[in-house]
Each structure stands twice: as structure tokens, then as C-alpha cells.
Ligand binder design. Structure first.
Ligand code: FAD
Length: 428
């Protein structure tokens, strides 16, 4: 049935006619033919193959393994790996556009892929921007190439479990997971919650505090734990409200040894990146930007009577038209902010660009949920019956603003403070 909806939906031309975004992106971002090819490839793949599978993953709260087989077949795990290292070479902006396009058809796949792509992107050009000493950079480049080879050659997938259920992922305290020097590597002890890709990832890239006197958040290490290593286990159930296909369970690490080569950023680099490249934390927003578009697409098709079995046209009522106008305004406002924020992403952004990034995260995450609520109210009771996708979109949309480090509350808190105070400024 869901498959039917999207088949009909694309056949009707609603997706293609009114909302083909690629042309606009080409104009705004001056996309190269390769970038356009990438957007087209991902859009087609996700629309034709991910959509029909989405309902099953949601019902079962199971990981989209089949989608990942497709991603591997198209080398898309190497989306953000430079062409010189065998990847697609997507830069930050291209990644965000591609992720949003994928999320329009399967937000779960886009969000989980983000954990992997963020890892490959952060250790790439972002670390290069830090201007590290050449000997440190050389060691990093060698380890990074090895990590990239594992992705390109073996299809290795990376999770990014940072959360511990305390204030560490919010940037307010050091991580309680520790890494202790041990021979030619590290011994890791700790616990992570909400590890998306649990049981699917080949490497779990964690943040841990180096075990040394007076350690602080500056001593955060970025370490990859192989899935089969001794002392590592995945525990707990997974039966959440939304984003069920992310399979985000709990990880336990008890004296887990990893060799130095799996330290994927030089010591101290993560802390510097978090301060100097704030847009690194904005890469969850494309997933929910795509979901905003999906909610809009569904509403239009439903009210036009193009969603089987609901063939009756429901577009004549002025109140429904007004609601659709409101949805369109929400969508375009969020997208305008999103596009402007990703266009200015880079190292050491201006204060205004940093504030805009917080505002973008807040706006995209909250708009997504507000759009879903309005779409449900406008389309009505029959629209939230399974297997139609709207009720899933509604549940998934609630989860975006929960994601640390930039939850809705943290964005509001930072925006309020940083709008009123300059760095280091205090009241007497
Ligand atoms: C579907 C899903 C997938 C996830 N995947 C991952 C993943 O792959 N990797 C990962 O690391 N994490 C992941 N997370 C976890 C997520 O990033 C958060 O860490 C988690 O939701 C925090 O849960 P908590 O109960 O500790 O809530 P808290 O963080 O305690 O939040 C509760 C409330 O307090 C607010 N709050 C928290 N800290 C502050 C603060 N300092 N200032 C002001 N307000 C604050 C929050 O905004 C929220 O309103 C995922 C979460 C979900 C829902």
C-alpha cells in the first residue's frame, strides 16, 4: 500500500512538477555535473527502493540493512571521502543537500548514514582546517587513509555513539568513558546510550576522556572500536516512539583494547573542532529538512486525491487550502535558513554565522514537528491509518530536537546568551 502511494505519487507528477529541488540547488550552489549526478542518483535510489521498505523497518524497529546494501553497491558509504581516496568527494554543502534528498524518502537511512558520513567528513577536510603540526598531520593522514580504505574496499560502516545520559554530549562536562594508554594503544572503559546503528556498524566511533591527571573536555579522544573486539557488548531493548529503524541501543566497554591506528583524530583535535567548526553539529538537520519536504509532499498528494485508497479530492475547502499555504510557508522558511546556514559553513565562522547555525537547527527540528502536526490535522483521521506514512512521519518528526549536542533547549539557551553577550563578557 505504501509502495502504491509513492508509485501513484510520482506518477501523478506531484513530486516532479512542483518540488524538484535539484534545479534550484544547481543555481544556488553552482553544482558541478558530478554533484548533480549524485543528487539524482540518491533521489532515484531512495524514492524507488527505500520508500517501499520504510514501513517494515518502522514496525519491526529493525535496521534498514537492505538500504545499506544498495548504498554500498553505489559506493555511497564513501559519499564524503575524497575522490583521490576512492570516494564521491562530497563537500559539506553537497553532503547536506544529498542527505536531505535521501531523508525525503527515508529519514531513518539518512539519519543513520549521517553518523557514518560525519565521521568520514570530520576526520577529512575539517581536521585539515585546524592547521596541526606537520608531523601530527602526517600520522593523522596515514590513519585516515586506512580508515577510508576500509570503507571503500570493505564497505565498513561507522556509528557515532557519544551520548552517556549525562551532560558530556551537551559539551558541559568531560565524557565519563575513559581511554587509558596501554602499550601501542588504548584501553577503553565506559557506557554509551542511544548508539544508532547498533548491531549494524563495523566500527563504533566513540568520544572518551584520556585517563590522566586533571583531565577535562580538552582531552577528548575520537576512537573507533571494532564491532567484534573483546570486552565490547551491545545491550538493552529498542522500542521507541519514532526513528525506530535507527536501532539505537546501549554499548558497554570493559577493558576494550584498540591499537593507536584506530585513534581517528589526533589528541586534542576533537575539542578544537567542536569550538572552531560548529557547523559539524548541524549535519543532523538535513535529515529533518528532508522530512519536512516529505510531510508537505504527502499532504499535497492526499488532498489532491492521489493517495490510494483515498481517491476523493479534498482540496476545495478554503480552510484546507489555508493550511497548505501555512505548510508551504513553514517549509520554505525552514529551507531558506537551512540553505543559507550550509552555504556559510566553514572553520572559524563569524558570530552571526554561528548564531544562524543554532537558529537553523532549532527551526528545522521544530518546524518539522509543527508541520507534521498540521498535516495530520488538515488531512484528517483516515490519513493517519497505517500503512500510510503520515503517522510515522509524525512520530519521527518529534525526535529531531532531542539530539545532543544541539537540542532545541540548548539552541535557545545559546542563542539567548550569545545574542546578548560577547565572548568573555560578564555582568558586574
Ligand atoms: C532516535 C535517536 C537516535 C539517537 N542516536 C544517537 C547516536 O547515534 N549517537 C549519540 O551519541 N546519541 C544519539 N541519540 C541520543 C541523543 O543525542 C541524546 O543524547 C539523548 O536523546 C539524550 O537523552 P536524555 O534522556 O539523557 O535527555 P537529556 O539530554 O537529559 O535531555 C532532556 C531535556 O533536557 C534538555 N537539556 C539537556 N542538556 C541541557 C543543557 N545543558 N542545557 C539546557 N537544556 C538541556 C534537553 O534539550 C531536553 O529537553 C539518539 C537519540 C534518539 C532519540
Amino acid at each position: 500500500m505504501t509502495k502504491g502511494f509513492f508509485k501513484e505519487h510520482s506518477r501523478s507528477g506531484v513530486l516532479k512538477k512542483g518540488t524538484d529541488l535539484t534545479g534550484r540547488y544547481i543555481m544556488l550552489f553552482n553544482l558541478s555535473p558530478k554533484q548533480k549526478e549524485l543528487l539524482d542518483l540518491v533521489g532515484t535510489l531512495a524514492r524507488e527502493t527505500f520508500v517501499p521498505r520504510a514501513e517494515k523497518y518502522d514496525r519491526e524497529a529493525s535496521f534498514p540493512f537492505e538500504n545499506y546494501a544498495d548504498l554500498r553497491a553505489h559506493n555511497l558509504l564513501a559519499l564524503c571521502i575524497p575522490e583521490s581516496e576512492g570516494g564521491w568527494g562530497a563537500d559539506y554543502q553537497t553532503y547536506c543537500l544529498v542527505a536531505a534528498e535521501m531523508a525525503r524518502y527515508c529519514v531513518t537511512t539518512a539519519l543513520t548514514l549521517n553518523m557514518h558520513c560525519a565521521t568520514t567528513m570530520w576526520i577529512g577536510s575539517m581536521v585539515d582546517n585546524l592547521g596541526l603540526p606537520s608531523d601530527v598531520q602526517a600520522i593523522h593522514a596515514a590513519r585516515r587513509s586506512a580508515a577510508y580504505r576500509r570503507v571503500v574496499r570493505d564497505g565498513a560502516l561507522h556509528a557515532q555513539p557519544f551520548s552517556e545520559g549525562n551532560q558530556a554530549a551537551a559539551g558541559k562536562q568531560a565524557f565519563t568513558t575513559t581511554a587509558t594508554r596501554h602499550g601501542d594503544g588504548w584501553l577503553i572503559n565506559g557506557r554509551k546510550i542511544f548508539a544508532s546503528l547498533s548491531g549494524a556498524a563495523d566500527y563504533y566511533v566513540i568520544l572518551a576522556t584520556e585517563d590522566k591527571p586533571d583531565a577535562s573536555a580538552r582531552d577528548t579522544l575520537f576512537l573507533a572500536i571494532p564491532k567484534d573486539v573483546e570486552g565490547f557488548s551491545i545491550v538493552g531493548d529498542w522500542d521507541p516512539l519514532g526513528m525506530r529503524g535507527t536501532v539505537s541501543r546501549t554499548l558497554l566497554m570493559k577493558n576494550v583494547f584498540i591499537p593507536n591506528d584506530l585513534q581517528l583524530m589526533p589528541s586534542g583535535a576533537y575539542h578544537q573542532l567542536a569550538l572552531r567548526w560548529p557547523h559539524m553539529f548541524l549535519t543532523l538537520a538535513p535529515s529533518y529538512m528532508g522530512l519536512c519536504q516529505a510531510i508537505y509532499d504527502f499532504t499535497i498528494a492526499y488532498l489532491r486525491g492521489e493517495v490510494p485508497p483515498m481517491r476523493e479530492k479534498r482540496r476545495r475547502q478554503p480552510l484546507k487550502q489555508a493550511a497548505v499555504a501555512e505548510l508551504k510557508i513553514m517549509l520554505e522558511s525552514a529551507r531558506a535558513l537551512f540553505l543559507s546556514a550550509i552555504a556559510e559553513a566553514g572553520p572559524d565562522p563569524s558570530k552571526e554565522a554561528r548564531l544562524r547555525a543554532y537558529a537553523t537547527q532549532y527551526t528545522v527540528m521544530e518546524t518539522c514537528n509543527r508541520m507534521a502536526a498540521l498535516a495530520v490535522r488538515t488531512c484528517g483521521g483516515q490519513s493517519i491509518l497505517r500503512p500510510l506514512p503520515l503517522e510515522r512521519m509524525y512520530r519521527d518528526s518529534r525526535c529531531g530536537s532531542l539530539m545532543l549536542p544541539w537540542t532545541a533547549e540548548i539552541c535557545i539557551e545559546r542563542l539567548g546568551r550569545e545574542c546578548l553577550y560577547e565572548l568573555g563578557e560578564r555582568d558586574d
